[in-house]
Design a protein around this ligand. Sequence first.
Ligand code: G6P
Length: 366
Amino acid sequence: GAAELGPYRHYMQKEIFEQPQAIADTLDAVSHITPELFGEKAPQALSEINRVLILACGTSYYAGLTAKYWLEGVARIPTEVEVASEYRYRTSVPDPKTLVVTITQSGETADTLAALKHARSLGMSHTLTICNVATSAMVRECAMAYITRAGVEIGVASTKAFTTQLIGLFLLTLTLAKLRGHLSAEEEARHLKDLRHLPVAVQSVLALEPQIIAWSEEFVPRHNALFLGRGRHYPIALEGALKLKEISYIHAEAYPAGELKHGPLALVTREMPVITVAPNDELLEKLKSNIQEVRARGGELFVFADGDSRMESEPGVRVLRMPEHYGLTSPILHVIPLQLLAYHTACARGTDVDKPRNLAKSVTVE
Ligand code: G6P
């Protein structure tokens, strides 16, 4: 009821603002990196695998795509990510030394459950779920589990479940990296310190809400939007586009910025807002030339940059500065303004934010 909403207009807004707490709660019991974080079967199972297969739907699938960059880049383990409804019906090449990871907020998504059973029927028995509901069917079905502590999520569009899934997946990355000799004691300590500081960093991104409200007014009359990202922030662009279409009903798509020339540039006109996820990482210089490509065609850019990058607003290019670059876990920070942008655009368009038309919180039938 309204009483539970406190100062917020919708559950989605409340849940966006609960993210510092949800992340802190998810990290609460984590004092060091150990396979036991994933259950008693994990020490044995995680040392027997040599690849990862991630299965999920919707926003949880984008958490999986983000994790692929971590698992291959940090833990050096080959990783595949697949939409559950595709995996369950195609002929794939199974490998018993695979860690099958399902990601699901509810633990009840029919396609993800069926995909898990399909993987098991192909002889893959090392199964782990990153799930927000400890009593769910998925947790019962999987040999191992990491329970995120986002708390109950009511808004149909997932927010705090996503960021806590990313925490679980980053911990899995560090665990596999450690087991495989790719994580020194110093690196472990540094990553844990950064993780513990994340709630504070998220809080400072949430404080940008007034500027994002101002930007959202530009989106209200639009019919289309394009989201760009690169590297581990490409899945964040995908998630930003998903959020905008789900709740504001503005058609949105996301592209890895390096692919602009292979199609989306044809769509760029003055009418096309281009939202760019622009962290101060090794790809920033490449991204800046992508921004110029869009600008040269009259596209209007909305850029989420980091505080320590020297990007300034100029005509046609609006830049919003986030905190300083957060390194590997930067995707967790960069998704926050995209959630807020979708939320405020939807509010201004008067949609039913918490219950968008035709969508369900949990898709328990095929
Ligand atoms: C529905 C929800 C999404 C969610 C997806 C997967 O589409 O609207 O917010 O990401 O299901 O749900 P799950 O519970 O498996 O994460």
